[in-house]
Design a protein around this ligand. Structure first.
Ligand SMILES: [Zn+2]
Length: 120
């Protein structure tokens, strides 16, 4: 699913996208200059590997995403030091966003419920 950034104005532009077992739901809103604020919630399950025993398991995901989207290259002139995702073609690829978040979650250290219980 792709969202044309031009369509996003001052009123929140709501979106919802489900990919397999994970869902991203939230809104986009024009912020300042060429920036669009994204606020969304990522929920569902991600299949990942236990760092301890190596078994595949479903990890519960419930994360708030909050960052800015720049239509084109973003130059941080004011050194605002904010999280900005740059897009090309004036479109936000929501599927790609979800997939990169999933990859990020998978790259973290996770243990399956059995190994977590074993640690106590
Ligand atoms: Zn395990």
């Amino acid at each position: 699913m792709k969202i044309t950034l031009r369509k996003v104005g001052k009123t929140p532009f709501e979106f919802e996208r489900k990919l397999d077992s994970i869902e991203l739901k939230g809104f986009l809103q024009h912020d300042k200059e060429n920036l669009i604020a994204l606020k969304a919630k990522l929920t569902g399950t991600v299949e990942t590997q236990c760092a301890d025993c190596g078994d595949e398991f479903d990890l519960e995901v419930d994360e708030d995403l909050e960052f800015y989207i720049s239509d084109g290259v973003f130059i941080d002139e004011n050194n605002a030091n904010i999280d900005v995702v740059e897009t090309q073609n004036g479109e936000l690829d929501v599927d790609e966003l979800i997939n990169s978040e999933i990859e990020l979650i998978k790259s973290d250290y996770h243990c399956c419920e059995f190994c977590v219980m074993g640690e106590d």
